[in-house]
Every structure is written in C-alpha cells, then in structure tokens.
Design a protein around this ligand. Sequence first.
Ligand SMILES: [Zn+2]
Length: 128
Amino acid sequence: MKKEKTRAWYKKNWADVWFSRFIRERDKRCYTCDTTSTKLQCGHFVPRQYLATRYSEINNHAQCYACNMLYGGQPSKYSLNLIRDYGQDVVTNLENSRHLIIRDMDYKRIGDEYKLKYEQLVKENNEL
Ligand SMILES: [Zn+2]
C-alpha cells in the first residue's frame, strides 16, 4: 500500500518550496563557488533537520548541485563566507541555535510569507 503523506508534510513542503524559491531568487549564484550556470538549490549551512535555523535567511544561500550535494555543502567555504558577510558572532549564534527546541512551527504562515517575498523580489528584479 502506498504510504499516505500527512497534512503536516504538505504544510512543511509549502514552506520549504517558497522559502527555497525566495533564497535562489535573492542570490542567483552559488554562495560557495560563484557559478550562475547551473540550476541552483537552497543550501543550508546548519543542516535542514534543525528547525530553529531551517528558515533563517542567514543560514540559507543558493548553491549549485555540486557544492550542495557532491561536496556536502562546502562547509568550510560556506563558513568563511558567512563570517565575511555577517560576522563571527552571527555565525556562532547560528551554530549554537541549532539545538533550540521548536514547537508548533507555523509552516502555512512561513510558506505564505515567503511566497509573497518571492513574488515581490521577482517583480523588483524584472524592473531593474
Ligand atoms: Zn557551487
């Protein structure tokens, strides 16, 4: 029997899809190798199973398939770039916050919010 996907899965997926689209539209290039030539993915610095940082705009940047999947996210390059862009304290806080326990994440709201942000960004980018 085919396993049914739960309501929770759909809600989480809604948030993931729109958050990822927003991040890729924002960055438009791989955060760790600068390529713009391949299809970009949303690369998490702190891995995505940690809910506290899963939808953080600092913890997530566009990455190419090679950096994200083949090279495990290029963590040392990623880390250096984060420190360059946000400072050591922000990166330390990010890494420490992975262990925060998050209850009742509102995936519907997150998805709705990033859908709007994504659409706004596309509009702005098209006007440039
Ligand atoms: Zn790359």
